[in-house]
Ligand binder design. Structure first.
Ligand SMILES: Cc1cc2nc3c(=O)[nH]c(=O)nc-3n(C[C@H](O)[C@H](O)[C@H](O)COP(=O)(O)OP(=O)(O)OC[C@H]3O[C@@H](n4cnc5c(N)ncnc54)[C@H](O)[C@@H]3O)c2cc1C
Length: 411
């Protein structure tokens, strides 16, 4: 992506205060939240540039609240239109029937991921993000009990605090003892389609469901539309083909047989450079309910904590909330620590990280439970699982959009 690489001028080896592993949405947002509280941190990102894989991201009212607390929402609002209403279009006996798609109360927009990453990165001090720094291991120093990170080139970094924002296959979450994320039986293709003379979708979120295939479409601007398609995962989707835009387009168009022509044309006209196919990973709700998420002064956030399938479009929003809560908890306890060093300071840091985990656990548990139950309803191999998913959703999540009515609080 075009986000400028930050100068890697600082010597990053040796001792550091706070190291954030991973420069995705969560890592950048966490560094920014800490910066807003006057706390310095260092972000280590393994890629040579800040990546914005997945082109678009749906941001719901809770996500916008977090972006407001981070101070980047006004800039981002200028990049995308508000989406006030939605249509649910379900296939029934060969015909598509329309009904209202509930969107929850408040602001919903579809952001370009690139704009989100850029806004977060640009609000950081220039020396914060270090690209091309892959963390290959983390151990505890046997004398001081501080975490020690090793980079791919052998550089050792001893940190006071490590925050693992390194995504689904996180090295840091393994270190703190979280079970690995699980592979879901479906995959998602996503893309941007540009319409020179404006798209015909107005300001509506459209969600088509044919049982086997789900197709969502949202306007980003008057001329740019974002779409996502979910379908069963095949072995070819997990091979190198998933990086080939021609393959992604071909199988997506194939999956859309019988869908309205306007939607098929949208997928056919997708910019090949803005096409992605991804497997879907998730952590089970019971893993989230019982995982520790913290070991000493090492903690996890974002997908490293709560990877979830995108059925309620909350992984990114929840990652922004993590960032705000984590920075708030840390800054309160660091203030109490004042100039003290040694064991007392370490104890207060551990308390702060413990409070953060406590505050986030139930929030992300409910998000992951709702997502998990929706996943069960998509299971066409077992009527029992499908029924369990439907019953669970009716009994526990009467208000399907209740998850968007959440404020993580001020920094
Ligand atoms: C198909 C799909 C659609 C989605 N749609 C939405 C949506 O509409 N709305 C929404 O809110 N959420 C959505 N999500 C979820 C959202 O994308 C994620 O929750 C969010 O990107 C998580 O951000 P993160 O920073 O935690 O992880 P990531 O974005 O995965 O970032 C992790 C970063 O860490 C780096 N890294 C990994 N390992 C190391 C290492 N060892 N050393 C250094 N760096 C490392 C990676 O390179 C990467 O940059 C969707 C997800 C998928 C799969």
């Amino acid at each position: 992506m075009d986000c400028q690489a930050k100068d890697n001028v600082m010597n990053i080896g040796g001792e550091q205060d706070i190291v954030i592993v991973g420069g995705g949405i969560c890592g950048l947002a966490t560094a920014l939240a800490l910066h807003r509280k006057g706390i310095r941190s260092m972000v280590l990102e393994r890629s040579e540039s800040l990546r914005a894989a997945g082109v678009g991201i749906i941001m719901q009212p809770n996500g916008w609240r977090a972006l407001d607390h981070l101070g980047v929402a006004p800039k981002l609002r200028q990049t995308c239109i508000e989406i006030p209403s939605g249509l649910f279009i379900a296939a029934e006996k060969g015909k598509f029937r329309e009904s209202e798609l509930p969107l929850g109360k408040g602001e919903l927009r579809c952001l370009k991921r690139r704009e989100l990453m850029k806004a977060l990165a640009e609000a950081l001090p220039a020396e914060s993000v270090h690209l091309g720094c892959r963390v290959v291991s983390i151990v505890t120093d046997p004398l001081t009990f501080d975490p020690v990170l090793q980079l791919h080139d052998g550089t050792l970094i001893k940190a006071k605090i490590v925050i693992g924002c390194d995504g689904v296959n996180s090295i840091i979450s393994k270190f703190v003892g979280v079970n690995s994320a699980k592979l879901f039986s479906r995959c998602a293709a996503r893309g941007f389609t540009y319409y020179e003379h404006g798209h015909p979708f107005h300001d509506k979120f459209r969600l088509h469901d044919s049982g086997d295939v789900g197709l969502g479409q949202l306007p980003v601007t008057d001329k740019l539309a974002y779409w996502f398609l979910t379908r069963s995962l095949t072995s070819q989707d997990m091979s190198d083909s998933k990086k080939d835009p021609a393959y992604i387009k071909e199988v997506s168009v194939e999956a859309l047989k019988g869908f309205p022509e306007k939607m098929v044309e949208m997928v056919k006209a997708t910019d090949p450079n803005a096409l992605y196919l991804t497997e879907l990973w998730y952590r089970t709700p019971w893993d989230i309910a019982r995982a520790k998420f913290r070991k000493g002064t090492v903690v996890v956030a974002g997908d490293a904590m709560h990877a979830m399938c995108p059925f309620i479009s909350q992984g990114g929003g929840a990652s922004l909330e993590d960032a705000v809560v984590l920075a708030r908890c840390l800054s309160e306890k660091l203030k109490q620590a004042g100039n003290q060093s040694g064991d007392r300071r370490k104890m207060l840091i551990e308390e702060a990280l413990g409070l953060y985990v406590k505050e986030r656990r139930m929030r992300v548990f409910w998000l992951s439970l709702q997502t998990y139950l929706i996943g069960l309803t998509m299971d066409n191999t077992s009527k029992m699982k499908k029924a369990l998913g439907i019953a669970g959703l009716i009994l526990v999540f009467g208000d399907q959009k209740g998850h968007t009515d959440y404020d993580c609080g001020h920094l």
